[in-house]
Design a protein around this ligand. Structure first.
Ligand SMILES: *Cc1c(COP(=O)(O)O)cnc(C)c1O
Length: 396
């Protein structure tokens, strides 16, 4: 993008919507969702029906979601946080058991391991994809390792096939092959080698929180698995237990009704995200110093976030200066998603060993995410790109 063109765009195309760094609503609703809410409320508004969660609507949502992501079983929940806790409960950790979790991450996965009395072993991520690095995972496996717990980072599938291979090659002495749990909170719809996230893992967890690719009225999530016994156990945990401990992690039927409507539209919303990302890749081609998001050939990226990197020489101060110019001068706030997550949570900081993660430490100072949303118009996208280019020119 030439300097003159950038100046013109900045002068004339300031977005009317102030796009947030990680938009507070990652999806959007149409008539279908409004109607679904009304229909479900009317249907449940009887003394003999009520809003109980284990009924047709939630079950239909679970069935359709499982089919959509290629999983055998799906269990709807009130959020990915509870879903991740349930996944680790299903592991039945003993004190001293270790779970390998990427450090460049949201805080939920690490917390779910600590919550069940396990030990978090952080691993490094690949510098270009931000996904847990298979080689580094293998290096950190011990006789106490029970599971590999990757996040499908920022809208892209992690190389689950490689983790599954490692899991088989390094079995636990008593429990056999390591379990692979996926955190797909940000990556609903992402694919690896043509197969969706959720079809690969022992257990995989999705979020329908307001910021995510697909949403159910602010909160919500789905736990999927290929294993019928695990599914039965997860259902018990979600609904006050039985022969196992349980509590109430259910989503409401109204949320499930909205989920069904979103499921009809999710593929279209992901295509919109991909269109914005593809246009942005073109507009930013040739931008000096910045590395644009990289997607290996075998992945289908959903672009939950548009993650860029500054060179090592710009780590920290210059990256922050770019973000400051973007926010203050162009009103385009960016976000660092994520720095090593033991910095975003004091509990994780105090109860995990994070002494050997040089690559994650460096990446946390280099990465930043530029706002993306299915409804960003090409004019707004041009403005965002022109602003980023200007910010980079200014700090050079
Ligand atoms: C948002 C998010 C979560 C938590 O999801 P909730 O549904 O809000 O509980 C977990 N992991 C990752 C990677 C996330 O981005």
């Amino acid at each position: 993008m030439e300097a003159e063109r950038r100046k013109e765009i900045i002068a004339t195309q300031k977005p009317k919507i102030p796009w947030a760094n990680e938009p507070t609503m990652g999806s959007y609703y149409g008539e279908e969702e409004f109607e679904a809410v009304r229909r479900e409320m009317e249907r449940c508004n009887h003394p003999h029906i009520g809003f109980h969660a284990h009924n047709d609507t939630a079950l239909e949502f679970e069935e359709k979601f499982a089919e959509w992501c290629g999983a055998q079983h799906a269990i709807s929940v009130n959020g990915a946080g509870s879903g991740l806790d349930m996944a680790v409960m299903a592991l039945d950790l003993q004190p001293g058991d270790e779970v390998i979790v990427p450090a460049i991450n949201f805080k939920a996965a690490g917390l779910s391991v600590l919550g069940q009395g396990g030990t978090v072993v952080w691993c490094e991520v690949d510098e270009r994809t931000f996904q847990a690095d298979p080689e580094d995972i293998a290096r950190r496996i011990t006789s106490k390792t029970r599971a590999i717990y990757p996040v499908h980072m920022n809208g892209m599938a992690a190389p689950i096939d490689e983790y599954l291979e490692i899991a088989n090659e390094h079995p636990h002495p008593r429990h056999g092959p390591l379990k692979v749990i996926g955190d797909a909170a940000r990556s609903c719809g992402a694919r690896l080698k043509g197969s969706p996230v959720g079809s690969w893992e022992w257990i995989c967890v999705f979020s329908f929180h307001t910021m995510k690719n697909m949403t159910t009225l602010g909160e919500g999530g789905m736990v999927v698995t290929q294993d019928a016994d695990v599914a039965a156990k997860l259902r018990k945990i979600r609904g006050f237990g039985g022969d196992v401990w349980g509590t109430n992690y259910k989503m409401t039927n109204v949320q499930a009704a909205v989920g069904l409507a979103q499921l009809e539209r999710i593929d279209e919303m992901l295509e919109q995200r991909r269109t914005v990302a593809a246009q942005r890749d073109e507009l930013l081609a040739g931008i000096p110093e910045i590395e644009l998001p990289y997607c290996p050939e075998d992945r289908w990226h959903t672009y939950y976030l548009y993650t860029c990197l500054v060179p090592e020489e710009w780590a920290g101060e210059k990256r922050d200066e770019i973000m400051r110019i973007m926010a203050e001068e162009f009103e385009i706030p960016c976000v660092v998603a994520n720095p090593p997550c033991y910095y975003s949570n004091e509990f994780l900081n105090r109860h995990t060993d994070h002494s050997d993660l040089p690559r994650s430490e460096m990446l946390g100072k280099r990465l930043f995410c530029v706002p993306i949303h299915p409804l960003i118009s090409s004019e707004d996208n041009e403005y965002i790109c022109a602003a980023l280019w200007e910010a980079v020119e200014r700090v050079r």
